[in-house]
Design a protein around this ligand. Structure first.
Ligand code: SAM
Length: 292
């Protein structure tokens, strides 16, 4: 039996724990699977592993991330070979030399898609907390992570991810553009950067563009358009009054689930906290489209 697919990157806001809940709530049958805030892809891989991600359309605002997924989809052996070279070199070094190797790889701009994908995976597995952060010039600027035995190359994991991604449409860009591809009878899972619960917990470092209140509103409007188009939509967000208001004032139902987070920029904030799951499954336009 081949291994079920799972994320090959650590990702801030990764939904490994929430994925079974999303899988359990999604409609049993739908047209295409859409996920415009893909990140590490925990939810997509759970759906793909269950054979429930038909004709997937996947996107993210981070173009380097989407290029990496494309390479894993199209050339897993090329990515594995390039990552093996980096892993062998890094693991042979002592702690201090490893930092030097990390910063050298971070500064390098390798030729070719597979080498770039391997670089991103290497930096993700050996960098601080698996974070992805860029400076104002769009350069990756996460410091070295100092793990004793980092798991850099997982051959079978990359091959399983590649099989799950076969046939997937992978587009870099804003969620609004991605939502347009969804049509009546499709299912879409939306996992935006969360509305911060406190001012200090603000975490907007996924890409150069922040995801603030205007984006949360823009997303709510997109959620309404998806509803009118008969697309079954499920969205996760923090249990923040503003988010409850945004969706509640348009009559969308929500539920809270208790979740612990994998990466939290506030060191003490790792206790389980409630998160919101908002869906449009009860709306007549959506019910009619799903029954067709
Ligand atoms: C909470 S993370 C998704 C985590 C993912 N569900 C997982 O399990 O790893 C949110 C993602 O949204 C992406 N993002 C931020 N702004 C965006 C935008 N305007 N449109 C599309 N994606 C965006 C970020 O790059 C990040 O990968």
């Amino acid at each position: 039996m081949s291994r079920p697919p799972s994320p090959f990157l650590k990702w801030a806001g990764g939904k490994a724990r929430l994925a079974p809940v999303v899988l359990g709530r999604a409609p049993e049958r739908f047209g295409h699977y859409h996920e415009p805030f893909l990140g590490g892809g925990a939810v997509f891989f759970a759906f793909a592993g269950a054979g429930r991600a038909p004709g997937p359309h996947l996107g993210d605002a981070n173009p380097a991330l989407i290029s990496c997924y494309r390479s894993v989809r199209d050339d897993p052996e090329g990515v594995i070979a390039a990552l093996e070279t980096l892993e062998t070199r890094y693991l042979a070094l002592g702690t201090d030399e490893r930092a030097g190797c990390y910063y050298e790889v971070r500064a390098a701009r390798p030729e070719g898609a597979a080498a770039n994908a391997a670089r991103l995976i290497f930096l993700n597995r050996t960098g601080y907390n698996g974070l992805y952060r860029e400076n104002s010039r769009g350069e990756f600027n996460v410091p070295h992570g100092r793990y004793v035995r980092p798991r850099i190359l997982d051959r079978d994991g990359l091959r399983a991810a590649s099989r799950a991604l076969a046939g997937a449409t992978l587009c870099p860009g804003d969620f609004e553009q991605a939502c347009v591809a969804a049509t009546a009878g499709d299912f879409i899972y939306l996992d935006p950067p969360y509305q911060p619960l406190t001012a200090t917990a603000r975490f907007t470092a996924y890409t150069r563009s922040a995801f603030g209140e205007p984006e949360q509103e823009r997303l709510r409007d997109a959620f309404e358009r998806l509803t009118r188009a008969g697309v079954a939509a499920l969205l996760s967000n923090s249990d923040h009054e503003r988010i409850r208001d945004l969706y509640g004032e348009r009559g969308f139902g929500f539920d809270t689930v208790l979740m612990s987070r994998a990466i939290n920029s506030v060191g003490s904030g790792r206790a389980p906290i409630p998160e919101l799951l908002i869906d449009n499954f009860g709306r007549p336009e959506v019910r009619a489209a799903m029954e067709r």
